[in-house]
Design a protein around this ligand. Structure first.
Ligand SMILES: [Zn+2]
Length: 351
């Protein structure tokens, strides 16, 4: 399996985030995450590591607002010119518009509150190039599964699959917002890029609801988006990911959420997954994109459900059994000791 990895992710290493309760903590979303996964993949001869191609901004601007992307590009430098007396290493806004307030201020801190949804998406000097590198990894993987998808697949020909080792992750980034460690929605960029060549299903298995992906595809019928996650009634991102959010306009019926209860185990998870996979089969997509968060793992420091390591393997096996050209995109997962093994076991199902 081809793995797409860019060391530009190392440019993004926020020194802290603000956790619930206002606690300033070392961020969970660290470069070590991707390096651990890379090491585990390198140690396994079934995987070959490739740098991404540079696709420019067009495929990113196809799903993200130009003003938002421009903010992401320029915010850190603009912040350096603001007259403040604190050290400027990680831009985190402190003021957010309440529901319905959509006035966009000109000043930097106001714009930050406008585009950043929470205190867990610090913008540092290297955030923008790192996010671009991650998006290029996702598109490179998409390009590979497209190129190796024969129109009439012969007997015994392997169904194509690829893995984009994206960091920073992407699924909380909406059309015009970052949040939850995510800046550019890598999986959504890839899914949209593939949608020019046929219908796409995007299945998000990260522990947290993929609110950004939901936002981006909510009114589209050519991309079926499905997210299985901790119930937002008790878990981040709180304001999206509910079962009754099923798409709107032309996209009505083409988004589905499967919120899971606190402490959900393998059997509860597999039941939701079976329903999601049935929806995908009925949709009959040409391509499948997986937002693969490993924070569903029971020992994850940010997760409150109890999927086991063998449960993760089983999830991979069931998804692979769909027999669709599949791009797996890395999202969350914060148990660094288990991350490499869980990713390798998950991807192994596709080989
Ligand atoms: Zn997550």
């Amino acid at each position: 399996m081809n793995i797409y990895y860019s060391d530009s992710h190392l440019l993004h290493a926020p020194p802290f985030e603000i956790f619930d309760g206002g606690e300033k903590i070392p961020t969970f979303e660290v470069p070590e995450r991707a390096e651990r996964i890379l090491a585990a993949l390198k140690a396994d001869p079934r995987f070959s590591i490739h740098p991404p191609e540079d696709f420019g901004l067009a495929p990113i601007l196809a799903i993200h607002d130009a003003d938002y992307l421009d903010f992401l590009r320029s915010a850190f430098d603009e912040w350096q010119t603001e007259p403040t007396d604190y050290a400027k290493t990680a831009l985190i806004p402190a003021t957010f518009p309440p529901g319905g307030w959509r006035r966009k201020p000109r000043g930097l801190l106001g714009k930050a509150g406008y585009y950043v949804m929470d205190l867990a998406a610090p913008i540092t000097a290297g955030t923008y190039p790192a996010a671009l590198g991650a998006a290029n990894c996702a598109i490179s993987g998409a390009k590979q599964i497209l190129a190796s998808s024969p129109t009439a697949r012969g007997q015994g020909v392997r169904v194509p699959s690829a893995f984009a080792l994206c960091r920073p992750p992407g699924h909380h980034a909406g059309r015009a917002n970052c949040g939850g460690y995510c800046y550019i929605n890598n999986a959504a960029v890839a899914a949209n890029w593939l949608s020019a060549h046929g219908k796409v299903a995007l299945l998000d298995i990260d522990y947290h609801a993929g609110n950004g992906t939901q936002d981006i595809f909510y009114e589209r019928a050519d991309v079926l988006s499905i997210s299985i996650h901790a119930d937002p009634d008790f878990e981040y991102p709180y304001f999206a990911g509910y079962a009754d959010e099923t798409g709107a306009g032309a996209g009505a019926g083409f988004h589905r959420n499967f919120p899971l209860p606190l402490g959900a185990d393998d059997s509860v998870y597999q039941k939701a997954l079976d329903q999601a996979l049935e929806l995908i089969q009925n949709f009959a997509p040409k391509f499948l994109v997986i937002s693969a968060g490993m924070d569903i793992y029971g020992e994850d420091p940010l997760g409150k459900i109890r999927v086991t390591a063998s449960g993760i393997e089983q999830i991979g096996a069931k998804i692979a059994a769909l027999g669709l050209p599949t791009l797996v995109v890395m999202e969350g997962g914060y148990n660094n000791d288990a991350l490499g093994t869980n990713v390798v076991n998950f991807l192994g199902a596709f080989l």
